[in-house]
Write a protein that binds this ligand. Structure first.
Ligand code: NAP
Length: 350
């Protein structure tokens, strides 16, 4: 298969670097261009980027000159890891110019004609692409991946909603500092501390999870009707968001039935065959002290969600803890997974 030429917008940032790392040996995509701010334009990537990942920067990108964020760059598909205020106009400009945009940013996630995707959860929501192109007169289009906290939440909720029907979800998050970008939260604020506020995060979790688990009818999404209450905290962990959940169902479920539903969940054959789909998307641990960020975040190459402590809840039906890798499943890995889905469904051809 000829690899599809791709570009990364915001390539020097926390998420941009993950894209570079995860795309280095991708079987379907080849990185042809990297773009970032005025600070970086014209510099070789190795000079412009303060590389933060433990594996070395891939050789193929070291000498690529960083380009401006503007259509014209050599690519058919662009991965966007831009700040929201730049993405607001840049992503539509690329879609209008015929590029396929797989975005990590929040600005277009809730637009009625923009798919918000997790391949194992709602692959059929790509049906919105036709409506989007027709309504906006674009030759390209935008698809989005969810907020990093929402992605792993929605993935774990999917089999539970399908099996028992969700009524109420109460979630408290403990989110890694990499979720705030680089340099992100000052060390003086986060060492020996936690911050019980992340601007806009709770609204994103509450709204996006209902769109993700909504039903696509006549090319529009009817949001799921369950209620989500989220409280989001920044904690001194580098990578991996942990979430404590209490769940109320339409049909009563025991902890063992919840474990069975989570462990038996498998995506469609088409999604299971995508290069980034983990063998088992949801792993349930039995130890009383798991999941933990440093032990569990790389499960399934950072694409699996790890659940533990599934037990009865005196307020709702069942409570549990879950963990996901925020810059892989919750950001770059999730957007690459969406692009793979577009190829598998025939929207994007090699
Ligand atoms: P980041 O580390 O601050 O990186 C921002 C990137 O955008 C850098 O490449 C930067 O380039 C570029 N940029 C900044 N200002 C720009 C401008 N005026 N014009 C063009 N490019 C500009 O941020 P991040 O954490 O990677 O987040 C990127 C996006 O992904 C955000 O929208 C964020 O909400 C979303 N997201 C992040 C996570 C996460 O876990 N971090 C998860 C999901 C979604 P220079 O280096 O040249 O300044």
């Amino acid at each position: 298969m000829n690899r599809i030429p791709v570009a990364i917008l915001g390539a020097t940032g926390t998420v941009g670097q993950r894209f570079v790392q995860l795309l280095a040996d991708h079987p379907w995509f080849e990185v042809k261009a990297l773009a970032a701010s005025d600070r970086s334009i014209g510099k070789p990537y190795a000079e412009a980027c303060h590389w933060l990942l433990p594996s070395p920067m891939p050789t193929a990108v070291r000498d690529l000159l960083v380009q401006p964020i503007a259509p014209g760059i050599e690519a058919r598909l662009v991965f966007s890891a831009l700040p929201s205020e730049i993405a607001q106009t840049a992503e539509p400009a690329f879609a209008q110019a015929g590029y396929v945009v797989c975005s990590n940013t929040s600005v277009h996630r809730l637009d009625a004609d923009v798919p918000l995707l997790i391949p194992e959860v709602n692959a059929e929501h790509t049906a919105l692409i036709e409506t989007q192109r027709r309504q906006r007169g674009w030759s390209g289009w935008i698809v989005t991946s969810a907020n990093c906290t929402t992605t792993q939440l929605a993935l774990a909720l999917k089999p539970l909603h399908d099996t028992f029907g969700l009524r109420r979800v109460f979630v408290v998050s403990m989110q890694a500092i990499s979720g705030a970008g680089y340099p992100g939260v000052p060390s003086f604020d986060i060492v020996d501390n936690l911050i019980p506020f992340i601007n806009g995060e709770e609204e994103k979790v509450e709204q996006e999870s209902r769109k993700l688990l909504g039903v696509c009818r006549q090319n529009r999404i009817e949001d799921a009707s369950f209620v989500v209450s989220a409280q989001c905290n920044r904690v001194p962990v580098r990578e991996g968001h942990t979430e404590c959940l209490a769940l109320e169902f339409e049909r009563r479920a025991t902890p063992q039935q919840v474990i069975d539903a989570l462990e038996s969940f498998r995506p469609s054959a088409q999604v299971a065959a995508l290069p980034s789909t983990p063998a088992q998307p949801i792993i349930v641990r039995r130890e009383p002290d798991r999941p933990q960020p440093i032990l569990d975040r790389d499960t399934g190459n950072g694409m699996a969600v790890v659940v533990g402590r599934v037990r009865p809840c005196p307020l709702f039906d069942v409570r549990l803890v879950l963990l996901g890798h925020n810059t892989i499943r919750g950001a770059a890995g999730g957007a690459i997974h969406n692009a793979e889905l577009l190829v598998a469904q025939g929207w994007l051809r090699p």
